[in-house]
Design a protein. Structure first.
Length: 281
């Protein structure tokens, strides 16, 4: 039996004159100048640019029959931006691309059910966490894809984004990775059902609702595999301290007044994802 472990446009470049002035300063001065300029530019434009996938139900997706982008984190971002007196411009892209876009300054924030971990914290800054969950595995219902524990992932085909923490887990157990370019949930799920892939490792809440959306597929959440308790938040570039401060102020207010919990109930079938989860070992 598996061991259960304990516990989602760009800021304009600086002018040449400003760059020359910064080059004469020490690293502390450079950070301060960059931070101030980034936030000032956002306020001047009146727009927060946000990377998201638009294909990850119920975090970021388009309502069937409409062209309206919505989802749990999409609506959290909209409410946060309203409190900051900013408009939002969403840019839809794959997971790997959105992280690169934050790092290069093409967008201000990435919001797409992104888990906070130590490796990412070395490159980025995260907002206050506002979603807690743990990892599960989607497998074929008839035979559980031949998987009883995470150790059985060796040689299995695992679908997902190459740089996601869940694919890292799959690789660590010897799975063969199968990646997609910002594919929809249906594509991922159907490939498991027909045997093109064997398993999808991902977040419990996302997996549960994804399966409910496609009841005709012969797939199920593995009954005993639970791992990697997690917390998630929005991603920003290092050095943008003033942006981080303002984002966190708005998120903290929204957690305190229950706004994010209400959005959670709306998109996660009544569940409150803002509450930390304790998984027994």
């Amino acid at each position: 039996m598996n061991k259960i472990m304990t516990p989602k446009f760009s800021v304009a470049a600086l002018t040449a004159a400003a760059a020359l002035a910064l080059s004469a300063c020490g690293s502390d001065s450079e950070e301060t100048a960059d931070t101030t300029s980034a936030w000032d530019e956002i306020q001047e434009q009146g727009t927060l640019t946000v990377a998201t996938s638009g294909t990850l139900y119920p975090t970021s997706y388009r309502e069937e029959g409409t062209d309206e982008l919505t989802g749990f984190e999409v609506e959290v971002v909209r409410e946060m931006a309203e409190r900051l007196e900013l408009e939002v411009e969403f840019s839809e892209m794959g997971f790997d691309e959105m992280m690169t876009s934050v790092q290069t300054g093409q967008v201000d924030i990435a919001a797409n059910d992104i888990e906070i971990n130590e490796d990412r914290k070395e490159k980025f800054v995260f907002s206050t966490p506002f979603k807690y969950s743990y990892g599960t595995a989607i497998v074929r219902e008839g035979d559980l894809s031949g998987i009883e524990t995470l150790e059985d992932l060796e040689g299995k085909k695992a679908a997902g984004a190459s740089t996601s923490v869940y694919m890292e887990t799959a690789r660590s157990y010897g799975a063969e990775e199968v990646t997609y370019d910002n594919a929809t949930n249906e594509t991922y799920l159907r490939d498991v059902a027909i045997g093109r892939t064997d398993v999808i490792l991902n977040d419990y809440y996302l997996q549960t609702l994804a399966i409910e959306a496609f009841p005709e597929l012969d797939i199920v959440i593995h009954p005993t595999i639970k791992y990697r308790p997690s917390e998630g938040g929005m991603v920003m570039n290092k050095g943008n301290d003033e942006l981080v401060e303002n984002v966190n102020k708005a998120i903290d207010e929204m957690l305190e007044d229950g706004t994010i919990a209400e959005l959670s109930a709306e998109f996660f079938d009544g569940a409150d994802v803002t509450e930390p989860i304790d998984i027994e070992e």
